[in-house]
Design a protein around this ligand. Structure first.
Ligand code: NDP
Ligand code: GDR
Length: 340
């Protein structure tokens, strides 16, 4: 039984154990929210991390593939705001587990929206909803930079599932008057990024190579370009979307694009290695069946309407990640890695 506080706003976050969930939980706690987080599995090892970083968080058991558990989470938390961050979020995995990606990343959005509709007795006007949409929906881009009106052409099962979730969010806004917003967020990173993603894979390897713990790094396509920002900045944009008078969709990006090669320059440069060519290998198993070659977002609308601008630039972001991995590797050599 949860003893609800009645004097503060309440937020329910799916995906609270992920990179963005942790930053958002911290942000909302600092703003005085009572934070509820959906947690999945029989014994989720990330519970301790969430409870340490988001003090006072109330964790509710549930899964995006299980509608009754979502209805239960909504009924218990009675949220003012719901942030749907939960997903299979790794694009590479989405080809290998396409059905699960569809169920979680796509149908999961439907289930959260239905949980809100059912728990609200068909009244969706009271709760504000944020959907974590993605620049991967642009895929094979037809306009540069990408903005809210740019047509979608997703290139992976993940991108297709996110596109379903995006249109569903728009549809529930139009069908039921839901205060539902879709954030079209470009890549955002941090020391809390999962090690499967290319930024963290590189910064971790650079730290380990410079400490003599690893000889080389194996990657896939070095030519693709992404618009990389700092996750701590991006969760602020999510919150701002739900504080507006009317719901809408926003691109959140830095407006600057870099290649994987430039990422390697920045990361190896941080530890004083100028020529990394002998340290980086390529392997076909890290190439994707269909690639998104170049992404760069136009954040004008977020800047003008939300008053949002990114604070951390590319070089600073990569330096922050390399430094954090150096500290982590030095501290935990020989032990299992932990999320900070
Ligand atoms: P992470 O991969 O770090 O976190 C994903 C979260 O989803 C985890 O908390 C995970 O829980 C949870 N999850 C996975 N499957 C389920 C399920 N079946 N039921 C409930 N929860 C589940 O992602 P990020 O924090 O980086 O991203 C947050 C969201 O934003 C995602 O939806 C992602 O697709 C989207 N996005 C991310 C961008 C980025 O650059 N980071 C850019 C644009 C969109 P567990 O820990 O238990 O596995
Ligand atoms: P992305 O991020 O697919 O953009 O999705 P990721 O870091 O996985 O890939 C970025 C680019 O790097 C290339 N690449 C490699 N990628 C990985 N992971 N591992 C490698 O070894 C490697 N070598 C080259 C990829 O081909 C790609 O071009 C992220 C996720 O957070 C999504 O959930 C989110 O929606 C989008 O960002 C915006």
């Amino acid at each position: 039984m949860v003893n609800r506080r009645i004097d503060v706003p309440r937020a329910l976050i799916t995906g609270i154990t992920g990179q963005d969930g942790l930053y958002l939980g911290e942000l909302l706690t600092a703003k005085g929210y009572e934070v509820f987080g959906l947690i999945r599995g029989q014994s989720n090892p990330k519970v301790a991390v969430v409870e340490r970083l988001v003090p006072g968080v109330v964790l509710l058991e549930g899964d995006l593939t299980d509608l009754p558990s979502l209805i239960g989470a909504v009924e218990i938390s009675q949220p003012d705001e719901v942030y749907n961050l939960g997903a299979i979020s790794f694009v590479g995995l989405s080809w290998k587990q396409a059905e699960l990606t569809g169920e979680t990343t796509g149908m999961g959005v439907l289930r959260v929206l239905e949980a809100l509709r059912i728990a609200g007795g068909n009244d969706m006007s009271r709760v504000r909803f944020y959907q974590a949409s993605s620049s991967e929906m642009f895929g094979k881009v037809r306009e540069t930079p990408q903005r809210e009106t740019t047509p979608f052409h997703p290139r992976s099962p993940y991108g297709v599932a996110k596109t379903f979730g995006h249109y569903l969010t728009v549809n529930y806004r139009e069908s039921y008057g839901a205060f539902a917003c879709s954030g079209l967020l470009f890549n955002h990173e941090s020391p809390r990024r999962g090690i499967e993603f290319v930024t963290r894979k590189i910064t971790r390897a650079v730290a380990r190579i410079s400490l003599g713990l690893q000889d080389s790094l194996t990657l896939g396509n070095l030519e693709s370009r992404r618009d990389w920002g700092f996750a701590g900045d991006y969760v602020e944009a999510m919150w701002r979307m739900l504080q507006q008078e009317t719901p809408d969709d926003y691109v959140v990006a830095t407006g600057v694009t870099h290649s994987i090669r430039e990422l390697l320059d920045a990361a190896f440069g941080r530890v004083g290695i100028g020529d990394w060519s002998g340290l980086v290998k390529q392997d076909p198993r890290f190439f994707r069946p269909a690639e998104v070659d170049v992404l760069v977002g136009d954040p004008s609308k977020a800047r003008e309407v939300l008053g949002w601008t990114p604070r951390v630039g590319f070089e600073e972001l990569i330096a922050m990640m390399v430094d954090a991995d150096l500290a982590l590797e030095a501290e935990s050599t020989g032990k299992a890695l932990t999320i900070r």
